[in-house]
Ligand binder design. Sequence first.
Ligand code: 5GP
Ligand code: MG
Length: 181
Amino acid sequence: MLKGHREVLVSRETIAKTVAEIGAAINRDYDKNPDRPLVVISLLKGAMVFTADLIRTLNMPVRLEVLVASSYGDGTVSTRQVNVKYQSFDSLEGCDVLLVDDITDSGNTLKAVGAYIQQYKPATVRYCSFLDKPSRREVDIKIDYIGLDIPDEFVIGYGLDYAGQYRELPDICVIREGDAQ
Ligand code: 5GP
Ligand code: MG
């Protein structure tokens, strides 16, 4: 549990406005061809709340898929090894794929998942991350859609967890070492 107060870093109002802006940018960039849905791959579990909001701002046909990649475990320090544990799709051949994550830190997760899905021969792959910690980047990756840059703080809420908890918080809050017990 957390002790002490939680500091709101991104309010639910700012979250909603930011999701709408990302959706508008995606709507501008892609064709609205009914025979060519946008394949949105949500990186679970963190991106599920953002993805649910994002797809409802899109005005094109969407095929929703999910992928589970290993990430932080229970701590707040990034592990560099990225493994795909589950994926919902069999084929992406010729598809426009949008990989959606909650937050980009080192960039290892998006880069590794992007490389992984290349074997499925998608036509295009773009990256979307609701939050970004640009100061933490370790790999070179161009993220096409970023909601908000944040400082190097560990955040929870809006799908983001600390040891499996707090994903349900409607605001994004900062958690610092010593706040958790
Ligand atoms: P990266 O591979 O870019 O270093 O890390 C990306 C993943 O690490 C994110 O999808 C997320 O699961 C996790 N992560 C990075 N920063 C944070 C954070 O501040 N809070 C939480 N809850 N997860 C984070
Ligand atoms: Mg993640």
